[in-house]
Write a protein of this length. Structure first.
Length: 92
């Protein structure tokens, strides 16, 4: 059920065939944010690509939640450094 660019967590579990505990663990480790409503938890559409990436890393490569946290932090840092590099190159 879609509401204002959000997808119900239960529906995501069904579509991607993942247990609800996976989404619970992602939020517990602060790898994803859920929006709580009266009828359940929702994930913003913008987070869907990140969810898919974390799901593949966890289930396909057997990376634990602590490893997912490290990978996510490193990827963010790489993005920041690439952005900074682009800015510096533009200044030259």
């Amino acid at each position: 059920m879609k509401i204002n660019n959000r997808i119900h967590a239960r529906q995501i579990c069904e579509v991607y065939d993942v247990p609800p505990e996976f989404i619970d663990a992602l939020t517990e480790y602060q790898l994803m944010e859920l929006e709580m409503q009266d009828d359940g938890a929702y994930i913003a559409e913008e987070q869907l690509a990140e969810f898919e990436k974390l799901m593949r890393l966890h289930f396909d490569l057997n990376i634990n939640y602590e490893g997912l946290d490290v990978i996510q932090n490193l990827m963010r840092r790489i993005d920041e450094l690439e952005h900074e590099l682009r800015m510096l190159r533009n200044r030259l």
